[in-house]
Write a protein that binds this ligand. Structure first.
Ligand SMILES: [Fe+2]
Length: 284
């Protein structure tokens, strides 16, 4: 039998642990960035191709619960790694009341030094935000991106050359907004040599099944925030995806690869066992 004294001791420890966990999950972890590096091989061996470093940032979620300092720090730490390309995979804001001037200023440093491309997420003003009574469109964000020089790929492809290697970047609209349209995005793609790298910027990894019939090597996603709360034994019950296998990190799929970043910002100001991520991908 548990003595009264022992019970109080155990209960006290539990309350203390709970309190510490809450403080940690609300105050500490959401702003504790991890620079996460991953090597990815996309070409069959035998094809000589230059290595390309991608800085992948997603889910900035500029809002009252995500300080702009976290976003600027993520960008600065990513740029310090001297990427060849920057991919931003949606959810720039949460709601219509973002500090747009501060966001513009934070983002504007990117395209000055490195080609930067973006796709939209469900929070960025498509049909999903309008349907939920949130009542804002993506117009304001599109304007901010245009002013910074970041190229938004909304169901569109672009070809550039990085380190002498042709790179095709295809960006699609968001799945929940009903705007993910690979048929349009891939419509005018050109034939590419073997050493080319074909990227897809797609916010929600659940949309992967729509891409079976199209030519690409590596898909970059966000949306999940890595589950945001990653609980011992339970896992990531809050990850907003149907396919819980694709919550974070690099995964082979259908002969290609998908990378899902945990993202920079969050919703509701909490993270547990799931640090915000500055993603660097070395693609060889
Ligand atoms: Fe998000």
């Amino acid at each position: 039998l548990l003595s009264r004294r022992r019970f109080l001791g155990v209960a006290g420890a539990a309350v203390l642990a709970g309190g510490t966990t809450t403080v940690y999950a609300r105050r500490w972890e959401p702003e504790w960035l991890e620079v996460r590096r991953t090597q990815i091989r996309t070409q069959p061996s035998g094809v000589a191709a230059a290595s390309i470093r991608i800085l992948h940032l997603s889910d900035l979620h500029a809002s009252p619960v995500v300080p702009m300092g976290l976003i600027t720090e993520a960008i600065a730490r990513g740029l310090a790694e001297q990427p060849d390309l920057v991919a931003l995979t949606g959810d720039f804001v949460t709601g219509r009341n973002a500090d747009w001037d501060a966001l513009r200023e934070a983002l504007s440093v990117l395209p000055v030094v490195v080609p930067t491309f973006a796709c939209l997420g469900n929070h960025d003003g498509g049909v999903w935000t309008q349907r939920g009574g949130r009542g804002y469109t993506s117009q304001r964000l599109q304007q901010v991106l245009a002013e910074t020089g970041i190229e938004l790929l909304h169901n569109r492809s672009r070809q550039i050359t990085l380190r002498g290697r042709p790179v095709q970047i295809t960006g699609v609209g968001d799945l929940w907004a009903g705007e993910c349209q690979p048929a349009i995005a891939f419509f005018d793609q050109q034939p590419l040599p073997d050493e080319a790298l074909r990227l897809v910027l797609n916010h929600n990894p659940d949309a992967k099944d729509l891409f079976n019939d199209y030519p690409w090597d590596l898909m970059l996603c966000g949306h999940t925030h890595g589950g945001q709360l990653r609980l011992p034994l339970i896992g990531t019950p809050f990850a907003p995806v149907a396919d819980k296998r694709f919550v974070e990190g690099l995964h082979p799929w259908d002969g290609r690869q998908i990378y899902i970043t945990r993202g920079v910002g969050n919703l509701h100001g909490v993270r547990f066992n799931c640090r915000p991520e500055v993603t660097l991908l070395d693609v060889t």
